[in-house]
Design a protein around this ligand. Structure first.
Ligand code: HEC
Length: 123
């Protein structure tokens, strides 16, 4: 490949690297227990900020409603809605979306995977 060609490719490579988000949760993301996730979501008061179907008194309006989250293509408008990314996001949103108002939440990795399974079940 001639040098000018290599330089021409640099912006494309930079774009690809830019898409390389921080590591997502462990490899078995996507095998979480939605029912356990529901219990965790209820106990962590996610509903203080979010309206969440199936969780009693979860009617917060600080963040977006989580209704139908399983049908959405993007998390927070920017991240791909796959189980690993969703688990990483609910655990530490600011590490993925700097400046976001969604706080890091005290979840173990396993709990985050269960929470992601619960959220994905919201259709
Ligand atoms: C202090 C308020 C607050 C708490 C508590 C909170 N969130 Fe959030 N959450 C937000 C805000 C604000 C956003 C919007 C973030 C953005 O778009 O950058 C958000 C975004 C999200 C999203 C992406 C929604 C979308 O439409 O893309 C998910 C999923 C989510 N939160 C899940 C949770 C879960 C699960 C918990 C509990 C473990 C939780 N949140 C606790 C404020 C909160």
């Amino acid at each position: 490949m001639r040098l000018p060609t290599a330089f021409a490719l640099l912006p494309a490579l930079a774009l690809l690297w830019g898409c390389d988000k921080p590591p997502v949760a462990r490899a078995d993301a996507g095998r979480g227990d939605a029912e356990d996730g529901r219990t965790t979501v209820a106990s962590l008061a996610c509903g203080a900020c979010h309206s969440i179907p199936g969780i009693r008194a979860a009617d917060g309006t600080v963040g977006p409603s989580l209704a139908g989250l399983g049908n959405r293509n993007f998390i927070a408008g920017t991240l791909p809605n796959d189980p690993g990314t969703l688990a990483a996001f609910v655990r530490n949103a600011p590490s993925l979306v700097p400046g976001t108002a969604m706080p890091a939440m005290p979840l173990s990795e396993a709990q985050a995977i269960d929470v992601a399974a619960f959220l994905a079940s919201l259709r």
